[in-house]
Design a binder for this molecule. Sequence first.
Ligand code: CTP
Length: 396
Amino acid sequence: MLTGKTVLLGVTGSISAYKIPNLASALVKLNANVEVIMTKNAAEFITPVTFETLTKNRCLTETFDRADVSEVKHIALAERADVILIAPASANIIAKMAHGIADDMLSTTLLAARCPVLVSPAMNVNMFKHPSVQDNLKILEKRGVKVIPPDSGYLACGATGEGKLPPEQTLLDYILREIAKQKDMAGKKVLVTAGPTRESLDPVRFITNHSTGKMGYAVAKQAMLRGADVTLISGPVSIAPPPFVKVVNIQSARELFEAVSGCFEETDCVVMTAAVADYTPEKTSTEKIKKSADGSDLTLSLKRTEDILQWLGRHKRENQLVCGFSMETENVLENSRAKLEKKNADLIAANSIKDEGSGFGTDTNHLVLITKENVTDLPLLSKEDAADRLWDALIK
Ligand code: CTP
């Protein structure tokens, strides 16, 4: 994922520096070239050897490093980096960055850097809240530096409050958002629906389907990585939402319709991956369920839920794109083409529930992308890669 990218990690003096080797290791596993600069104080908490072993690069701590005379190290590193993350960022480095002080390897390199810079403050709660730290962070933000808000909780100094370094995964998410993909969807507002819907029969039982939400979550994540502003409207699922995505939780088809139609106006593109329960019980049926407490048989009367994709197709403006999914058991192409037409969609991503590696709960999918002009039969791909190919087709 990060082949050809260089991530420069700046590590300063805080006990939470112990988390950064895990981050470096995760980045190396994603094929990034990871360079690390530690301040002298950071080297009191963990050793440069830890980073050198994980990254296979020399970990720098001194301004005047004499190991490599072929380049001016701080300038070369600043130029090589695609992104710089300062984590943990002490009050001291934040102040130096804000005021242009360059008195060691890390602060000197930062002055020469032109790539995006992320700062993850970690310190005692009172230090973090001190007006000088807050003012310095505001100065940095004004210059385009992204400040990762610290977590709240029990701090190593014994205090409780804001100042904890976020988990390694959160730091990785910030780096990935910055450099994992080209920002070819920047400025686009997209809406993705995912997961199943539930139609309540009574307070205990409901009608639903086997959707896990994996495909829709992948569609939302790839759009976010490509720079889009993403809203994910999700039915009940048990997977974690992608970072940096606005999530709206819904249960029923009616709630889904209200959520989608409520923000359709300001959306450039909607992708409906939600497996909408096609039927909901009539009121008479829910009353019958109450009366059947004696154990007698029951015949339910179900009505169709509103076809949301069709509503979107009918109400879309020029330049607004609407994409649906179609999960078929047979006649995949024929049925999906009929759905493209009936729902006035711009694209239908069809998949066969019978295909090996496709369908509910798998990590892969075999999609056929159908537009009025083209049919593109994609190979079996990870849901992330399939989502990327779907966006390629939609935004081109
Ligand atoms: N869909 C929708 N509203 C519904 C049912 C489906 O918006 N009430 C959307 C789904 O999110 C999907 C597309 O329509 O993007 C096709 O869904 P699918 O279940 O394959 O088809 P249906 O339209 O429900 O038709 P059928 O179940 O008869 O195949």
